[in-house]
Design a binder for this molecule. Structure first.
Ligand code: MRU
Length: 368
C-alpha cells in the first residue's frame, strides 16, 4: 500500500457516495467499491471488505449519511428513519465498539438539530462523519508518536491481524507505532502472524508493511512461540476492538494466546488503540460481545475445502486478553501503564496522576 490508497473515501457532497477499498481482494487486486446506500455499507462491514475497529466506525458514520438520503422530510419521519438506519448498521458486527461509538456520535449530532430542516441536518451529519474520519487520522499519528519510544532500535516486533492503515483512516494503531519508529531511523523487523482463519496478517499486514518498505517476515500463527524462544522478538504490539474499563482487551482471535506467550518469555505486550475503542460502560472484558463467524471460514478457507463435511466448528472472531497480561496501552493521549481501571480513567478523563508519558514508561520494567 502506498499512503495514497485510501481505505475509505466520501465522494461528492451530501448526495455523494462512499468509496471503499475492498480488503477481501487484497493483496492480489486493488479494487474499490462504491457504496450507494446503507445496505451496501452493512454488507461491506459484515463481509470484511471494510474491517478493523476504527475503519468500521468511519464506514458506519458515512453509511448513516447514505441511509438518510431517503429520509422523509417531516421531522418525525426523519428521526424515525435515523433510528432505523442506526440500528440496522449497528447490527453488522458486534465486537468493535467504534461502530457503536460512531453511530451514537452521529445520532447525538442530529439530536442537537431537532427543529431544523432535514437538508440542514443531512449536511451536518456528513460534516460529522467527515470529522470522525479526519480525527481518526490525527489519533493514529498521535498513537504512533507516543508508542515509538517503547520500541528500541534493532527490535523484532510481533503483530497479529492487521492494525494498520487499512484498519483505520490511515497509518494504523499498532502499525503506526512501527511506522513512527522506522521514521525515527530505528531498525525494526516485524514478524506478522498470518492470522487464521481470514489471514489478515498474511494478506493485509504483510502487504501494507512491504509497500512501506518495512522489513517483515510472515509466520504461521503457531510459529509465534518459537520465534519468541529464539529471541527474535523484543515486543508484541496489537490493536484492539474493544477495551473494557479495567483494560481487558478484545482483539482478533489468537491475541490472548500471544499475550500468554509474551508473559512466559518476558516480552512486553502492548495494545495500541484510540480512545474510541474503550468501552468504559463495561467493567471487565467478560462482558464484551464476541462475534461468532461462519464455520465455512474454517472448513473451506477462500473456497478450498480442507475439513470433513459436517465437522463441528468453533469460530469466534475475537478473544479477550486480561489486563494483567497487557504491559501498556498506547492511546492518542499517552501511554497507560500499569493497565487498570484507575490508570485508564485517569488518562481518558484527562487527570494526570497515573499518566506516564513515553519517557516515564520507558523507565518501567518490561512487564509492569
Ligand atoms: O475481523 P477484523 O479484521 O475486523 O479484526 C480486526 C482486528 O482485530 C484489529 O486488530 C482491530 O480491529 C484493531 S484495528 C486498528
Amino acid at each position: 500500500m502506498t499512503r495514497e490508497v485510501a481505505t475509505l473515501e466520501w465522494i461528492g457532497d451530501v448526495d455523494g457516495n462512499l468509496r471503499i477499498l475492498d480488503q477481501t481482494r487484497l493483496p492480489r487486486e486493488v479494487v474499490f467499491r462504491e457504496c450507494r446506500d446503507e445496505r451496501a455499507v452493512w454488507e461491506a462491514i459484515k463481509t470484511l471488505q471494510v474491517r478493523g475497529a476504527p475503519a468500521i466506525g468511519i464506514a458506519a458514520a458515512y453509511g448513516l449519511c447514505l441511509g438518510m438520503k431517503l429520509a422523509p422530510n417531516d421531522e418525525r419521519g426523519f428521526f424515525q428513519r435515523l433510528e432505523e438506519v442506526t440500528s440496522y448498521l449497528a447490527s453488522s458486527r458486534p465486537t468493535a465498539v467504534n461502530l457503536f461509538w460512531a453511530l451514537d456520535r452521529m445520532r447525538r449530532r442530529a439530536d442537537t438539530l431537532r427543529g431544523q430542516p432535514p437538508e440542514v441536518i443531512r449536511k451536518a451529519l456528513l460534516k460529522e462523519a467527515r470529522a470522525i474520519h479526519e480525527e481518526d487520522r490525527a489519533l493514529c499519528h498521535a498513537i504512533g508518536r507516543w508508542g515509538e519510544s517503547l520500541i528500541e532500535d534493532g527490535s523484532g516486533v510481533l503483530t497479529h491481524c492487521n492494525a494498520g492503515g487499512l484498519a483505520t483512516a490511515e497509518y494504523g494503531t499498532a502499525l503506526a507505532v512501527i511506522y513512527e519508529a522506522v521514521a525515527k531511523g530505528k531498525r525494526i523487523h516485524v514478524y506478522a502472524d498470518e492470522t487464521r482463519p481470514l489471514l489478515q496478517g498474511a494478506r493485509l499486514t504483510a502487504w501494507e508493511l512491504k509497500a512501506h518498505g518495512v522489513p517483515v517476515t510472515l509466520i504461521c500463527d503457531n510459529t509465534a512461540a518459537e520465534v519468541m524462544k529464539e529471541g527474535k522478538v523484543q515486543a508484541v504490539i496489537v490493536g484492539a476492538d474493544r477495551i473494557a474499563a479495567n483494560g481487558d482487551t478484545a482483539n482478533k482471535i489468537g491475541t490472548y494466546g500471544l499475550a500468554v506467550l509474551a508473559r512466559y518469555h518476558r516480552i512486553p505486550f502492548y495494545v495500541a488503540a484510540p480512545s474510541s475503542t474503550f468501552d468504559l460502560q463495561l467493567p471487565h472484558g467478560g462482558l464484551i460481545p464476541i462475534e461468532q463467524r461462519d464455520p465455512q471460514e474454517v472448513t473451506c478457507p477462500f473456497g478450498i475445502p480442507i475439513a470433513p463435511e459436517g465437522v463441528d466448528v468453533y469460530n469466534p472472531a475475537f478473544d479477550v486478553t486480561p489486563a494483567e497480561l497487557v504491559t501498556a496501552i498506547i492511546c492518542e493521549k499517552g501511554v497507560i501503564r500499569p493497565v487498570n481501571s484507575d490508570t485508564i480513567a485517569a488518562v481518558l478523563v484527562g487527570a494526570a496522576d497515573n499518566f506516564q508519558g513515553p519517557q516515564a514508561a520507558l523507565k518501567s520494567s518490561a512487564n509492569g
